[in-house]
Design a protein. Structure first.
Length: 273
């Protein structure tokens, strides 16, 4: 079930290419090596999770790909073009760890914000926002402000604020980490249904193995700091998936146990550093 990244036959177009990526920080006069020699690819329409203990560099790698952080060493290309730190990459959307809704804007106006900035005509914008609201079950809350919504509802609105722009590549940094278990499972169902229909290329950061197994085609396991790729796992479960039913199968339990052993070793190493 575990495979080195070099073994993957690239039968589909590669959308994200990361080669020899490294990132170091200066902290109190000390040099901290966060990520070391990370290389992987994400194929068109593939859902890949970066999994690892806290501090393993998963979010650092994602933020470099999103051009939010400069890399120290290595190369990153999106659709065959080198990324430029600080410059938005076409066709790429980013979903943050916590919802980033504007508290002074309604659900509809939050979701449509980027479309307003792009100059999309009002009628077309309203139609697209209405479809987005319907898709995630927020109909009836179009005029509600974020303070009146539950955490799950806010995260649905935040997700659609990114997806309404129809990005082809979606970067997600632990977007459901702050949610309770039941709400998180509900959001998994929402995301899977959207992804099954749209087939975006997704790179998803998580420290939750169950979440990674529920959502992913492939899991890239990071070591404790400095973050390196320890192992890569194919997730063979058929799609479409029911996240709750999947967790009750023997196949899920077997793969969970196998990856958990390797992940647990990195948790122990992380505590020792």
């Amino acid at each position: 079930m575990a495979n080195g990244s070099a073994q993957f036959a690239m039968t589909r177009l590669s959308r994200v290419d990361v080669e020899g990526l490294g990132k170091s920080f200066q902290l109190g006069g000390r040099r901290i090596e966060a990520v070391k020699d990370v290389s992987f690819q994400v194929r068109d329409g593939e859902f890949v999770s970066l999994l690892g203990p806290s501090g393993s560099g998963k979010s650092t790698v994602l933020n470099i790909i999103a051009t939010l952080l400069p890399m120290s060493t290595g190369r990153v290309e999106v659709d065959g073009q080198p990324i430029i730190s600080g410059k938005t990459t076409p066709n790429v959307g980013y979903v943050f760890q916590r919802d980033t809704l504007f508290p002074w804007r309604t659900v509809a106006k939050n979701i449509g914000y980027a479309l307003e900035l792009s100059g999309m005509p009002t009628a077309e914008r309203r139609e697209r926002v209405a479809a987005a609201i319907e898709r995630v079950g927020l109909r009836g809350f179009e005029d509600a402000y974020p303070a009146l919504l539950s955490g799950g509802m806010r995260q649905r609105a935040s997700l659609m604020r990114t997806l309404v722009k129809e990005p082809q590549i979606l970067l997600m940094d632990e977007p459901f980490g702050a949610l309770d278990t039941h709400t998180k499972l509900d959001m998994h169902d929402v995301l899977l249904k959207i992804w099954e229909r749209e087939k975006q290329t997704v790179l998803f950061v998580t420290h939750d193995l169950g979440e990674a197994l529920t959502l992913s085609d492939r899991i890239i396991l990071f070591s404790a700091r400095p973050g390196q790729i320890k192992e890569t796992f194919e997730v063979p479960f058929a799609r479409p998936r029911d996240g709750v039913a999947l967790r009750e199968t023997a196949e899920y339990a077997e793969l969970f146990s196998h990856i958990w052993h390797s992940l647990g070793e990195e948790f122990i190493k992380g505590r020792a550093t």
